[in-house]
Write a protein that binds this ligand. Structure first.
Ligand code: MG
Length: 455
């Protein structure tokens, strides 16, 4: 964390007791409490070993500024976000490092609408933090701390209202749930049991050392889930990240599907039910999302990469569906934030409605091949590189919302984007053949090398 930066691309985040200390959490509590100003805030955490420690530190800071705290304890991030609105809180502080390894933790700040605060609001908190403009409460006006129990059940009940329970129950789906030893295990198995599914649990024991697998639901971490689904002859597998806002699915053959494929499944059904809807997705999403929106009469609204941007755009234009390639689906009728358990319920609903297996639903989609590339680029040269690249691609079909995305006539596409966390440019190419995707990454790597040499 640099001198006057507290929030990174993922809120406040760092390794426990080195980059992020309880002392910082108390001070962050002062700044967050001062920012809200004597309001009622929800506090909760994921399964990380440092969760209670940081929660107590943040609560000390918040109550010192006169904020009342409602402690919800261990819960998925989307359950806490739902509770903010459900209990009419002024906001929330969530202690989580999402998909990061166990030695990390973080502090997320949520606004009264259940969505993470904007970057402008983060800057306000940073200014209070670094300039120590804290407004401490008089000893007679310190905030109180109350326990708030039952939010996980309220969240599960709310999700059930958005799907056809009877139809799902009829199918008696067998689902393997990989909770990553974290908070996904507190809600998803209960939800699916209530929906009449048979559940087999994997990594369901809560353990902040993440002994089962790392909390990022990438294919290399999901081999066990894949094998289990296949061996047991289950209908579906689902894996959550550490705070259960993202979900990645495994079909009945054991095949792991990336988030844009399952988002396209949800998108198609959504547009069949509600044609002409506006759908929000970051510019990094697959062409598959564009194809699906076009085929089923949806209007795509592109945003910069980042879940908060997607949520805020949905709110701004009153869109009811958003999605990211990393397994984040935002289902507006429930809440405009990504939500792993809600997404799971939607996939089961679609399987029940269509009578199709997940493998069949994915096989119906247009197929694209993906190739990624990365090239080192110092931060101070990132802007110049983008300017030079833009000069070279003038007249082509481009989008410059976040990096440079170029669509070609043969339906291939490349996104060239400066990394937000590393001194590098990243490239994501997609094409109808693997060769073309590889060729695009090579071509643009060469272009960037030339540009970097020239500046
Ligand atoms: Mg997450």
């Amino acid at each position: 964390m640099s001198q006057n930066k507290l929030f990174g691309t993922n809120g406040i985040r760092g390794t426990v007791n080195t980059e992020l200390t309880p002392d910082m959490a108390v001070k962050a509590g002062y700044a967050i409490g001062t920012f809200f100003g004597k309001k009622s805030l929800l506090v909760g955490y994921d399964a990380r070993t440092s969760g209670p420690m940081f929660a107590k530190a943040v609560i000390s800071g918040l109550t010192a500024t006169g904020c009342n705290v409602f402690l919800a304890g261990m819960a998925p991030t989307p359950a806490l976000q739902f509770a903010v609105k459900n209990h009419k809180m002024d906001g929330a502080v969530i202690i989580t490092a999402s998909h990061n390894p166990p030695q990390y933790n973080g502090i997320k700040v949520i606004w009264s609408d259940g969505i993470e605060i904007s970057h402008e609001q983060e800057t306000e908190i940073e200014n209070i933090y670094f300039e120590e403009k804290n407004q401490f409460a008089d000893w007679k006006q310190l905030g109180a701390t109350h326990d708030l129990t039952g939010i996980n059940n309220e969240y599960v009940e709310a999700i059930k209202k958005h799907v056809d329970k009877a139809k799902i129950a009829e199918k008696q789906f067998h689902v393997v749930v990989d909770g990553a030893n974290s908070v996904g295990s507190l809600t998803a198995p209960v939800l699916m049991r209530d929906l009449g599914c048979k559940i087999t649990s994997l990594n369901a024991n809560i353990d902040g050392t993440f002994p089962g697998r790392m909390p990022e639901p990438r294919p290399e971490n999901l081999a066990e889930l894949s094998k289990m689904v296949k061996t047991l002859g289950a209908d579906l597998g689902v894996a959550f990240d550490g705070d259960a806002d993202r979900s990645i699915f495994v079909d009945e053959t054991g095949q792991i599907h990336m988030g844009d494929k399952t988002f396209a499944v949800v998108l198609k059904q959504f547009l069949l039910d509600k044609p002409n809807s506006q759908i929000v997705t970051p510019v990094s999403s697959s062409t598959l999302i564009k194809d699906t929106a076009n085929a089923y009469k949806g209007e795509l609204v592109w945003t910069k990469v980042g879940s908060v941007t997607v949520s805020q755009k949905m709110k701004e234009i009153n869109s009811k569906l958003g999605g990211e390639e990393n397994g984040g689906v935002f289902y507006g009728p429930h809440q405009s934030v990504r939500d792993g358990a809600m997404t799971t319920a939607l996939i089961l609903d679609i399987m029940a409605k269509t009578g199709k297996k997940l493998s069949e639903l994915v096989a119906e989609q247009p197929q694209y091949f993906l190739e990624k590339g990365k090239i080192e680029c110092p931060d101070e040269k990132k802007l110049k590189v983008q300017e030079k690249l833009l000069e070279q691609v003038q007249g082509m079909n481009i989008n410059t919302l976040d990096g440079v995305k170029i669509w070609f006539d043969d339906k291939s596409v490349i996104l060239v984007r400066p990394s937000g966390t590393e001194t590098a440019y990243r490239m994501y190419a997609e094409a109808k053949t693997q060769e073309r995707a590889v060729q695009l990454v090579q071509e643009y790597t060469a272009k960037l090398v030339k540009i970097l040499e020239s500046i």
